[in-house]
Design a protein. Structure first.
Lengths: 384, 124
């Protein structure tokens, strides 16, 4: 097949206004990691490209000396992506192999994901690889309290990047890292320390390794019946003892909190923030299913759930053990949108149990689990 | 889209994924899917049929029918036909499944299938 018709992976970079998206992308564009990459940004002026330019395709598209194609988005995203692919196919642009897409700070990621996942033209040429959300270490609490887009951006993330950590005190950065890990247990939290790690932050795989490792740990700890240290939501400003400290993973530090602890201790409790609006009722919980699932029964239940409650389901991510199938399947949904189901090569460990992390707004764990149990009981029994 | 007949359908919907199960094929899996969906819909006197392996046809007892592309749309169209919500969080609930001592005369679900959960659901 011609490279012109490859399906190109897209990394979505989101984050609230002033969170540091452009700084992250500027670091990418100035380094070698941007080779073979097309970067769609909001404004050229914000990333300072003048000294990197080696050519100009048109007023909105330039070529950089590191082999990167950089485009500014005007108008419709769909049109921008389609035009980019056409130029690549015609040979007007170098045959880039991946795309980085910057959203505006006030955008919620779901409509952009809908374009990538559902638009018949775009989905034929692009596939959403990962959503990276940049979080401002200095202003996260205020943005969370005042702007619902902040929470939508955090919930949709596969990787959360804390920026401006050098400007904030370490204790507040650690507290923010812990809060983010609670809000989105399925995401990896990265405290950005230097420009050299930008390529890893944007392009390191999030499905095949991170998710299996993360959920594998959940499964092992749930299976062992390990007791998770308590966590008082009223005192969430201080790091909890079960929060894993920052650790070196490759070239950047990560900070994660076991989702399993949410399943045990905090499944039904709303997450606290100092000045959080009372209307927020975000819960994260981990749903485990011991018996391999019947795929058809699960899809009937899950499509019904998303149809009626999709707006309340900010995120679902996890591994499914399907009856008769040796490989785990990755389920990944943001509100009504479900990514194409992937089948991994192998389970992360011997605990081959379906594990789904839910982030919901006003949807209780008990009712979700009970609903699925009733569907299984009713639909998997022999027909009357 | 079906390459043989040009029918537009929901072939790319995630629910159409065929797990790598030995002996499974797309056609049989789709028919099983439809049969299971009908166990939900029958209590509402709705019926789902496969349409050329590409779409579905959802039909009501009044003769209304609509072509739907995938399971993401089946439930939305079913709610439109019924004029009320289909909430999986209350569907098959024990309380709703328990027959009342004197069922209302319009208890169609009881009369047709024995699944007593349909008519008095509250909209969410």
């Amino acid at each position: 097949m011609s490279p012109s018709y490859d399906i190109l992976p897209v990394t979505l970079v989101t984050g609230f206004l002033g969170s540091g998206k452009s700084t992250l992308l500027a670091d990418l564009l100035h380094g070698d990691a941007a080779k073979d990459t097309a970067v769609l940004i909001n404004e050229f002026g914000e990333v300072g490209l003048d000294h990197l330019l080696v050519g100009e395709v048109n007023a909105r598209t330039v070529l950089l000396d590191n082999g990167c194609v950089c485009c500014s988005i005007r108008g419709e995203l769909k049109e921008a992506l389609a035009t980019l692919f056409s130029q690549r196919a015609r040979g007007d642009l170098p045959p880039f192999s991946r795309v980085v897409l910057e959203t505006t700070g006030l955008a919620t990621p779901a409509p952009i994901m809908a374009t990538l996942l559902a638009d018949p033209v775009i989905r034929s040429h692009y596939a959403l690889n990962a959503t990276v959300t940049v979080v401002d270490a200095l202003n996260a609490a205020q943005q969370r309290a005042r702007h619902p887009e902040w929470l939508a951006q955090v919930s949709a993330a596969d990787r959360l990047v804390i920026s401006k950590s050098d400007l904030a005190d370490p204790a507040s950065v650690a507290a923010l890292a812990r809060t983010l890990a609670e809000l989105n247990p399925a995401a990896e939290v990265v405290i950005r320390a230097s420009a050299s790690e930008t390529g890893d932050i944007l392009f390191a795989p999030v499905i095949s390794t991170d998710l299996t490792r993360r959920l594998g740990r959940v499964q092992r700890e749930l299976a062992s019946g390990a007791a998770f240290p308590g966590f008082d939501s009223a005192t969430s400003a201080e790091p909890a003892t079960e929060c894993n400290g920052p650790r070196d993973e490759g070239s950047y530090r990560t900070w994660s909190r076991d989702p399993a602890s949410l399943a045990h201790r905090r499944a039904m409790s709303s997450l606290a923030a100092p000045d959080r609006p009372a209307s927020e009722d975000i819960v994260s919980f981990c749903m485990q299913i011991d018996k391999p699932i019947d795929w058809q029964v699960f899809t009937i239940w899950f499509t019904m759930l998303l149809n009626r409650h999709g707006a309340k389901i900010l995120r679902v991510k996890g591994l499914l053990s399907i009856a008769g199938c040796a490989q785990p399947a990755v389920l990944h949904a943001v509100q009504h949108l479900v990514h194409p189901v992937l089948h991994l090569d192998a389970w992360p460990d011997a605990q081959r149990r379906s594990t789904l992390v839910f982030i919901t707004e006003g949807l209780a764990r008990d009712s979700v689990e009970a609903s699925y149990a009733r569907f299984r009981q009713r639909l998997e029994e022999p027909d009357h | 889209m079906c390459g043989m007949c040009g029918l537009l359908g929901g072939g790319n919907h995630w629910s159409n994924t065929i797990p790598p199960v030995k002996g499974a094929n797309a056609r049989s899996q789709r028919l099983i899917h439809v049969a299971l969906a009908n166990r939900v819909l029958a209590s509402y006197r709705l019926k789902l049929d496969d349409f050329h392996g590409q779409s579905f046809v959802l039909s009501s007892p009044t003769g209304a029918s609509e072509l739907v592309g995938d399971f993401g749309q089946v439930w939305r169209v079913a709610e439109q036909m019924l004029g009320r919500s289909l909430d999986p969080l209350t569907l098959f609930d024990v309380d709703e499944a328990t027959p009342s001592p004197t069922p209302p005369s319009g208890d169609r679900a009881t009369a047709t299938t024995g699944h007593r959960f349909a008519d008095n659901q509250s909209a969410s």
